[in-house]
Design a protein around this ligand. Sequence first.
Ligand code: NDP
Length: 448
Amino acid sequence: MNGKEYVNKVLDEVKKENEGQHEFLQAVEEVLETLIPVFDKNPKYMEEGILERIVEPERQIMFRVPWIDDNGKVRVNRGYRIQFNSAIGPYKGGLRFHPTVNLSIIKFLGFEQIFKNSLTGLPIGGGKGGSNFDPKGKSDREIMRFCQSFMSELYKHIGENIDVPAGDIGVGGREIGYLFGQYKKIASSYDAGVLTGKGLTFGGSLVRTEATGYGLVYFVEEMLKSNGMDMDGMKVLVSGSGNVAIYAMEKAKQLGAKVLACSDSNGFIYDKNGIDVQTVKNIKEVNRGRISEYIKYHPSAEYHEGCNGIWNIPCDVALPCATQNEIDKEAALTLVKNGVKAVGEGANMPSTLEAVEVYFANNVLFAPAKASNAGGVAVSALEMSQNSMRMNWTFEEVDKKLKDIMVNIHSKSVATAEEYGFKGNLLVGANIAGFLKVADAMMYQGIV
Ligand code: NDP
């Protein structure tokens, strides 16, 4: 059997076993298609059934999360933790609280996390979790009660050397604090390294908040530089206005770019003078408000209902930092028509498979999420290191380590793409480089 036949066989099985799990199937298809040359070159991975094993989570946990709202009413949500692969370290990956969360979404995120974590060069396996709980419009006390109930089940399955969750959409410092408090109470032990993204007063790391956004821009800067360009003077679009988007905008501006627009799930802001990041922080981080409020503070900016319109604004660099499948074929074609030079993925799988084809067909530089948004989990792993050592590094130290990791992921992806005959294709390079380390670890550990 050659590589293509092997990949097709495994893909058929995955489709049969995971019917209707569209996001998961999309993520698996994207990765497996790019791995074909690996199996032609190293048939040993086929013989050891690496693919059959890597597409099946080691463990899938689903649980009831009952909680009581401010009116005394009983509410119930569903919790998930997918422990996907522990070949190179304890499971590691965020928790997402959003009404759209389902098994397919958590599995796609957990699957991607395996390769992303491997690319960081740090010893962390892949996992992901979350709930269909909607934090929007909930009081602090409701959020706390939900987090406590969620952790009352999750604590049985996690640990510093077992599985280390962090934040994702809808889970930031506030939620991690409540989750950690409940874990500590139940476990009767101060296991700081059981969660990352903690507050700075109880084991958090400097730069964790900024890490995904900063890391994304470090990666894109590296990609631009290796093609004779840089961020200075670039016109940039950033979708979303959450954790990743805010710090991507901040770093892009620091490097001399002009950020023209950002969005939330209701609409987008276009500010021809450049988005004022501090205003976005005040609206989103401090007041948990809507991005439409931006025009109160900057009347010359425009607010448009509907988030997808953001991709119609002409730009040099597009940084999708909101959610999966936010750039479809049509949006990708519009970006190309308007002269986009590079797309850097801050969100997980923000481009559909068709959109990615459009980038490649039109020579748009493409930084795939697994590589370009790995900065968040990388600094989470640095948080774990600091917790183990019981010491803290300075902002400058962590930021330098983050930058080095992103530069390294870029060069590893470039070199691997070239080695396998796909020069310049960072998607292929990142997938293969991430895969090889995990596959080798799985080979050495036997059939487990
Ligand atoms: P946040 O919850 O902080 O922010 C998400 C932002 O995206 C919000 O502004 C939200 O708007 C907006 N949004 C959601 N859906 C849409 C949509 N359809 N169109 C436009 N905007 C939308 O999440 P994060 O910033 O943490 O995560 C964003 C993405 O980055 C996710 O894909 C996540 O998996 C990925 N990621 C995050 C990492 C991290 O460290 N946080 C690490 C690696 C990847 P609203 O306020 O209306 O909900």
